[in-house]
Ligand binder design. Structure first.
Ligand code: HPA
Length: 277
């Protein structure tokens, strides 16, 4: 049963980290995994040591879970995530965050790399997600509902917590990063979008496009957890500039944003481990 697998993983996280409980979790997106290297006194747990944990297959994701101390509280940092386009079931895609939730986490910060769609966005911008549009027709909650995780028909109208967006705004200001919000549109990938698809996204109100985050946000909303998400614009979406979109460009833009991203997350983590503000 899925729930028992999640419990086993959560228990192993507690055992290997030496902490009974973690309060918050951070998921590092494409090219942002390096943030983990800057963490002092982190306990590193390779995903391969956690039962049932799927391990990423894409370049730029190393597959290590870090347990860290943030002002006396435990936090988990996921360096490496699995994507639907690798062929995983959505159950596996959301396995890590669900097990972190069972390990105690009430607050999650999901990060990702995205293509910028709306005209005000530039490469290198960090954007807090205000909402999402799921264009894949897939949902991690499809299948029998396990009431221990959440209700059959969860409300997702505050999937990206307004309260956390307020905290993010404070941290953006502290890190001297202009605060922006946007709507993230989920495509499965792995092909990037066509110019016509991007024009559609623009017309239906999407600001960003990407291949992750939405399944995790939905699974966590189902579990009643508080979610914030930050997207790094690594390229202008297809058809928005004359250049083709490449994975190398995505990695490069992420590397360039490293210092800014680190400052922002360093300011944000202490705010996330506090249950309610
Ligand atoms: N499209 C989809 N996913 C992405 C993009 C993009 O342009 N850039 C980074 N991830």
């Amino acid at each position: 049963m899925g729930y028992e697998k999640l419990q086993e993983a959560a228990q192993t996280i507690a055992e290997l980290s030496g902490r009974d409980r973690h309060e918050a979790a951070l998921v590092l997106g494409s090219g942002l995994g390096d943030y983990a290297a800057s963490l002092p006194d982190a306990v590193a747990i390779p995903y391969t040591e956690i039962p049932h944990f799927p391990t990423p297959k894409v370049e730029g994701h190393s597959g290590t879970l870090y347990s860290i101390d943030v002002e006396g509280k435990g936090a988990l940092v996921f360096s490496g995530r699995v994507h639907f386009y690798e062929g995983w079931d959505l159950f596996d895609v959301v396995f890590g965050v669900r097990s972190a939730a069972l390990a105690g986490c009430h607050t999650f910060l999901l990060t990702n790399a995205s293509g910028g769609v709306s005209r005000g966005l530039s490469v290198g911008d960090l954007v807090a997600l205000a909402d999402h549009i799921n264009l894949t027709g897939r949902n991690p909650l499809i299948g029998a509902n396990d009431d221990r995780l959440g209700t059959r028909f969860p409300d997702v109208s505050d999937a990206y917590s307004g309260e956390l967006r307020h905290l993010m705004k404070l941290s953006f200001e502290a890190a001297d990063v202009p605060y922006k919000e946007g709507v993230y549109t989920w495509f499965t990938g792995p092909s990037y979008e066509t110019p016509a698809e991007i024009e559609m996204v623009r017309r239906i109100g999407g600001d960003l496009v990407g291949m992750s985050t939405v399944p995790e946000a939905v699974a966590l909303a189902h579990m009643g957890r508080r979610v914030g998400a930050i997207s790094l614009v690594t390229n202008l979406a297809a058809g928005t500039s004359d250049e083709p979109v490449t994975h190398e460009e995505v990695q490069e833009a992420a590397a360039l944003a490293k210092a800014k991203f680190t400052l922002l997350i360093d300011s944000l983590l202490p705010r996330l481990v506090v249950a309610d503000s």
